[in-house]
Design a protein around this ligand. Structure first.
Ligand SMILES: O=C(O)C(=O)c1ccccc1S
Ligand SMILES: [Mn+2]
Length: 261
């Protein structure tokens, strides 16, 4: 019998093109740029791999590799335990987060014009309120995806590192507090390396996105791309990290389901 339940309708719509599946994930390779912290701190490992065999004497009919990667390399998920502010919260690691949180609605706030003229642009509460005047309130338990078109840049302009660190956009504390306290978002997603701005160590509190989001049990997504292919509202985001025991995050595939009206 042809089931007509909501999931059957979803699968049928994906098959017919009525729902587009947009890949928001950077290809993960040895070339993937990673966060660089000041030299006194431990560093994020880039992706690296060693081919075990490729249909050869090491394995005649199979191709596989060992790879090494940081939990925070490339397009990845930040769990609350990643930051000291979230270290004692329940269900705060990638293996303990409620699975329902891995499928949620998402909105896109486009600040690509502002970021184009100022690499240190900070999203403020006023920008969110202007967006809400046009699109309605940010829905509770949704992801807020911060579009800057940073993913369209070549690698040097993407990392935009200078001697005093990276110069990349992000949210200020007031914006993050508003999204958590007034709109109860599930998380904040960005195209840049880091949900925080490159100069966020100078903000109050330092690294406000990490500090406040994870301190409130919310999540981060970083190094996204293709946000320009999403509508301002109505996207369903599928973002399920690897189930690493007590993991702070993980590289993952991020998919956006978009209804084609
Ligand atoms: O979560 C991350 O990947 C990230 O951006 C980060 C990680 C560790 C320290 C500072 C930052 S800013
Ligand atoms: Mn991270």
């Amino acid at each position: 019998n042809s089931r007509n339940d909501v999931l059957s309708q979803l699968v049928a719509a994906i098959g017919s093109g009525g729902v587009e599946v947009v890949d928001l994930t950077q290809t993960l390779s040895e070339a993937t740029p990673v966060l660089v912290l000041p030299p006194e701190f431990g560093q994020c490992a880039p992706f690296s791999r060693e081919v075990i065999s490729r249909y050869d004497e090491r394995g005649v009919a199979w191709y596989w590799s060992n790879f090494t990667v940081c939990e925070h390399t490339g397009t990845h998920f930040d769990a609350p335990v990643h930051w000291v502010s979230g270290k004692d919260l329940p269900a705060n690691s990638v293996d303990t987060i409620a699975p329902a949180d891995f499928v949620a609605s998402a909105v896109v706030i486009d600040c690509s014009a502002e970021a184009e003229t100022d690499p240190d642009f900070l999203l403020d509460r006023s920008h969110i309120e202007a967006w809400e005047a046009a699109h309605g309130p940010v829905p509770a338990r949704s992801w807020v995806l911060f579009r800057t078109d940073w993913s369209k840049r070549d690698v040097d302009a993407y990392t935009n590192r200078r001697e005093d660190g990276a110069h990349t956009p992000g949210p200020n504390a007031e914006a993050v507090r508003y999204l958590i306290e007034e709109r109860d978002i599930i998380g904040f997603g960005v195209e840049t390396i880091g949900t925080d701005a490159g100069q966020a160590h100078l903000l109050t509190p330092p690294y406000p996105a990490h500090t406040l989001l994870h301190g409130a049990g919310r999540y981060g997504l970083q190094c996204l791309e293709n946000l320009d292919r999403l509508p301002a509202t109505g996207t369903v985001l599928v973002a399920a990290p690897l189930k690493i025991e007590n993991g702070s995050g993980s590289p993952l595939r991020v998919l956006a389901l978009v209804a084609k009206t």
